[in-house]
Design a protein around this ligand. Structure first.
Ligand code: DX5
Ligand code: ZN
Length: 232
């Protein structure tokens, strides 16, 4: 009589990993049950920080056993999408704030055989996804202002996830909802109850003394929340 609980994926963000030991850190979270490896690409323009580009993604691809979820926090993402796909990205997300022709960009990502996601910043309305929702493989709701790891979860994001879920249902979209920023053991149950099925976590995993164990406990908490099936 019970329906199958939704699967929740945990996506450790390597932004908070030790960049001098990325292979070691990625292996640790994979042993802990990571479903995806979340890669934050920043250009120093769209966000204040600068991180990594396609060569590093290509290197990670050689050692990672889980799909790479590449989050582009950059201006003019169209110039780089092919390079990130060729480097081994399985999922690419782009910010709606920088793309006047979002439909074309999403369609292009999909033609490369890569899952396409649209990201909304905390101040970007859910309604900006209305006309693109059916084309998306996933929506990424930013629960902090992008640019840095280790920031606090913005409480309003919870309601935003609920409204994204409603929009997806209303438009007949099967897109998953990913949430990114300030996710830890204290809020994982509520974000899953609100409708998120991909949880990005950086500081909560790589800031812990045991990233493997931290991944395992986050995953257990997420799946426990999904199994209760309570919708907040
Ligand atoms: C923020 C990045 C996040 C970041 C999350 O701009 O998009 O992926 O790594 O880190 P935490 O979980 O530490 O907030
Ligand atoms: Zn991210």
């Amino acid at each position: 009589m019970s329906t199958r609980p939704p699967t929740v994926w945990v996506a450790p963000s390597i932004l908070s990993a030790d960049f001098a030991a990325l292979g070691r850190d990625i292996s640790a979270v994979e042993r802990g049950g990571a479903d995806l490896i979340h890669v934050d690409v920043m250009d120093g323009h769209f966000v204040p920080n600068i991180t990594i580009g396609p060569p590093v993604v290509r290197a990670i691809k050689r050692i990672a056993t889980r799909p790479l979820d590449v989050h582009l926090m950059i201006e003019e993402p169209d110039r780089y999408i092919d390079d990130f796909a060729a480097a081994g990205a399985s999922m690419i997300s782009v910010h709606v704030e920088v793309l006047p022709h979002l439909h074309r960009t999403i369609a292009h990502i999909k033609t490369l055989g890569v899952k396409a996601g649209a990201v909304i910043n905390p101040s970007t309305p859910v309604s900006s996804l209305e006309e693109i929702a059916r084309e998306l493989d996933f929506v990424l709701v930013m629960s902090v202002n992008p640019g840095f790891g280790g920031q606090s979860f913005i409480p309003h994001s919870l309601d935003k996830v609920r409204r994204v879920r409603e929009l997806l249902m209303a438009t007949g979209s099967v897109a998953q909802i990913e949430i990114d920023g300030g996710i830890d053991a204290s809020n994982v149950a509520t974000v899953v109850a609100a409708g998120a099925t991909i949880l990005v976590a950086g500081h909560a995993i790589f800031g812990a003394s045991d990233p493997e164990g931290a991944t395992r406990s986050l995953r257990a908490a997420a799946n426990g929340a999904a199994a209760t099936g309570t919708r907040a």
